[in-house]
Structure formats: C-alpha cells, structure tokens
Design a protein around this ligand. Structure first.
Ligand code: GRF
Length: 197
C-alpha cells in the first residue's frame, strides 16, 4: 500500500466524528493516519477521547489572539509541526481567514449535517423539519473560504420520520455522519476524490 496520508482533525466540542475517523484509521489498510487533534476550546470533550487513543493534541484559544489571521497562523504552525497533509474539520466552530482557507483548499474537508446546499449554517435539523423535508442527511465537502460551501465529496441520506424532533433527527443523521466521514476521507487519501472548483 502507498504511504498513509497524514491527517489532522480540528474540533471544538464533543468529537464524535473525530472519534469515528480515529477508529477507522486504526485499520491497517486505511489510507490515512491521524497525526494530531487541535481544539480552539480547552474544555472540548473530544480532546480526552483523542488523548486516550494516543493521538497528540493541541489547544489554543482564539480569544488569546488579536486577530483571526494571528490565530490561523498559530493553527498553521501546529499543523506544520504535525506535517499534516489533509485537515478534517469535525465540529470546528471557527471561520477561517481567507488566506488560511485558500492555503488548504483541496486538502481540507468538513462535515455538515444536511444535504448541502440545503440548510446551511446553524440548526440544520430544525431547518429541515421547519421546511417539511421528507429526507435529510449529511455532506462531507471540500472547504473553501465561504462557509458551508465547496463541492460535495459524499452525501448520505436518511429519512425524516413522523414525529421527529430536531434531536431525534440529529441522532439519525449523526450515525450516518460516522459512516460518511471515514469513507470520504479514505476516498480523498486514495486520490479517488479530488478537488475541482
Ligand atoms: C456534527 O453534526 C457535524 O456534522 C457538525 O457539528 C457536529 C459535530 O459533532 N459540523 P461531533 O463533535 O463530531 O460529535
């Protein structure tokens, strides 16, 4: 097998998608290895999961930096230290400066819990229910400077069921996310999915 791609994961919270990626990457034939997990929040529960899995972690609060650019430069130097080749955003709640996003374009992925371009931004499950959607799902997509935009790599659909609440729908989508993200990262790491603007 060709050399595993070095992947860093950026989180801000729970880290269940991060955990799914770490778990998938344990398989000997998985084409990527997780070389570090970064959080902009010291209290992100995902940090402990990463540390318990033996993955290096780093934390910097964006509040300690004078500008978005200064924070992003710090993140960049941490990613460089890990020699990351691909960045996976997994519940990372920060918008990047254009320069950072452009630097990683074609090498940075995100997962959003909706069938983009539907229901961008916050509370996508509430948005889906309010719109009367009969199906919903998740999208793994390339990250470009605009929020929740960038071409899709993989989408997974789930049904919206009678009586669904935002929470019940989110739980169903989350299970799909945990399948979709490792699959999409494998496609990218193998060069089967490449960025085309
Ligand atoms: C997920 O629903 C993801 O799609 C969205 O934020 C949530 C993060 O959850 N971007 P987790 O931290 O991966 O558990």
């Amino acid at each position: 097998m060709t050399k595993k791609k070095r992947v860093a994961i950026l989180i801000s919270g729970r880290g269940s998608n991060m955990a799914a990626l770490i778990e998938a990457a344990r398989a000997p034939d998985y084409p990527a290895q997780i070389v570090g997990v970064f959080s902009n929040r010291a209290d992100a529960p995902g940090l402990e999961i990463a540390a318990a899995a033996g993955i290096p972690t780093a934390v910097r609060s964006h509040k300690d930096f004078a500008s978005r650019e200064a924070f992003d430069a710090q993140v960049q130097s941490i990613l460089d230290g890990w020699r990351a080749e691909i960045v996976c955003l997994a519940g990372f709640m920060r918008i990047f400066s254009t320069a950072f996003a452009e630097h990683w374009t074609g090498r940075m992925l995100n997962i959003h819990p909706s069938l983009l371009p539907l229901f961008r931004g916050l509370r996508p499950h509430e948005q889906a229910l309010a719109a009367g959607a009969t199906e919903h799902g998740c999208t793994v997509h390339w990250v470009i400077p605009a929020l929740d935009e960038g071409p899709a790599i993989l989408q997974t659909r789930v049904p919206v069921l009678p009586g669904d609440t935002p929470d019940s729908l989110a739980a169903r989508v989350l299970l799909a996310e945990h399948q979709a993200y490792p699959k999409a990262l494998a496609m990218v790491a193998r060069g089967e999915a490449t960025y085309a603007p």
